[in-house]
Design a protein around this ligand. Structure first.
Ligand code: URA
Length: 434
């Protein structure tokens, strides 16, 4: 079968068979199918979609395009966690040590910041010395010793997805439920966990702008998990405003440590508790969410979760004294407040604007090869629902060396919506699927 015939069939809304999908993924991986044909096929999929069978076959072919990690030598359930990405989303830094402190193994692989959303790997690398690029043997050793490990995504896991994602990024073909679902799940399945919790973000700062779209994505991923015997639960969570008050790598590390010390902002504490609890339930170590939440509260109160974070930082080459001395983390000398233009109530903080501003200050990257300034970012000084006076600081900009500060300032100013009356607070968790 010629590739062009498959493109034509999908363009007209027809189905692809398993063998055809395997052939396509094989050709994309080994480069025998030219990128212009792959791009045309991706665009046909964006418009025509894939059914549940096609999505599962695509995922499976992408998993088999590379290596699948075997964690069976380590006893116990291994739970994966993934977020579809948001602004101020430092959940992994908090949730991974909490769940490991509860006795469940967490192999956590993560990506880097791109565009307006941050990346766990950059946040961890803002801790002096922290290494995420360890050989597989060492990753397994850390996981076995401590119950958790943080690693960057390696090239040999789902290489077909790496190629497809890079092409989707430049051809306007990211926004497709089956393509996003198969992309995320292929990497998670290849990582070898036995159960998975997904944080599917919904709102202005997320891929999925509406709860209905997020529910469709969550349903597609849960179904892929079901078909391969990977119990998967998706938690739909709000990403209209940034999470917490810190946006930027070292700033988010500090907020994560504060949360592990029991002093985090309410939304960060609540969401990390919720996600960690779901992980304990899918791992089978807590009978229900209420018992799981109690266990999470226990390991925070006892300091066990913080000790776990300290231990994993040290084991991965990082300076664990940052936990007690934040001055050891990068910071910027240039700081500047963005004042409120008027008196009133903060009724919204646009997460996407704040994420873009943080990137312009030096905390993120427009392209994968842009260097990062670990101390740069934004500290929010007012939250949604708060009353502010004219001139009161809404945010503090931590300005990196190569920052586009003026553009960032304008974005932060425009991100805050101030009204005459407070809005009712919106739920952090929209739904749970699976
Ligand atoms: N994250 C991924 O890993 N893949 C997508 O397609 C979108 C978000």
């Amino acid at each position: 079968m010629r590739v062009v015939d498959l493109i034509l069939r999908k363009r007209e809304g027809g189905p692809l068979t398993r063998v055809e999908i395997e052939g396509l993924v094989g050709g994309i991986t080994d480069g025998s199918i030219p990128e212009y044909q792959t791009a045309a096929l991706l665009m046909a999929i964006v418009f025509r979609g894939l059914d549940a069978d096609e999505t599962a076959w695509l995922t499976d072919a992408m998993v088999r395009s590379g290596r699948r990690v075997d964690l069976s030598s380590l006893p116990g359930v291994k739970v994966g966690k993934h977020s579809t990405g948001g602004v101020g989303d430092k959940m992994s830094l908090i949730v991974v040590p909490i769940v490991a402190a509860c006795g469940v193994l967490v192999p956590k692989s993560s990506g880097r910041a791109l565009g307006h959303s941050g990346g766990t790997i950059d946040k961890l690398e803002s801790i002096p010395g922290f290494r995420v690029d360890m050989p597989m043997g060492e990753c397994l050793a850390v996981l076995g010793e401590l119950g958790c490990v943080f690693v960057g995504q390696t090239a040999d896991l789902a290489p077909a997805d790496k190629k497809l994602y890079a092409l989707r990024d430049v051809t306007g073909t990211i926004e497709s439920v089956p393509l996003i679902a198969s992309s995320i799940m292929s990497k998670k399945i290849a990582e070898g966990a036995n159960a998975l919790v997904l944080d599917v973000k919904v709102g202005r700062g997320a891929f999925m702008k509406t709860a209905d779209d997020a529910r469709r994505l969550a349903g597609a991923m849960v179904e892929i998990g079901r078909r391969v015997g990977l119990p998967t639960r998706a938690v739909l969570t709000a990403m209209d405003a940034p999470l917490g008050r810190a946006i930027g790598n070292a700033l988010e590390v500090i907020e994560s440590i504060e949360t592990l010390k029991g002093r985090g902002p309410a939304d960060v504490t609540e969401l990390s508790t919720t996600l960690a609890s779901h992980m304990l339930v899918v791992a089978g170590v807590a009978a229900d969410e209420a018992l799981a939440r109690a266990r999470v509260a226990e390991v925070i109160a006892s300091g066990a979760a913080l000790d776990k974070f300290r231990a994993v930082i040290a084991r991965q080459g990082g300076d664990a004294s940052v936990v007690d001395d934040y001055s050891r983390l990068a910071s910027t000398t240039a700081r500047e407040a963005v004042p409120a233009r008027q008196r009133g109530f903060v009724v919204g903080i646009d997460a996407e604007c704040i994420g873009r501003a943080s990137m312009l200050l030096g905390a993120g990257r427009e392209r994968l090869d842009t260097p990062i300034d670990y101390g740069a970012g934004i500290l929010l000084r007012a939250s949604v629902g708060e009353q502010v006076e004219a001139g009161q600081p809404l945010a503090e900009l931590c300005i990196g060396r190569h920052a586009r500060a003026q553009d960032a300032r304008t974005l932060v100013d425009s991100a805050f919506a101030i009204g005459d009356t407070p809005q009712p607070s919106r739920p952090l968790v929209h739904d749970v699927v699976g």
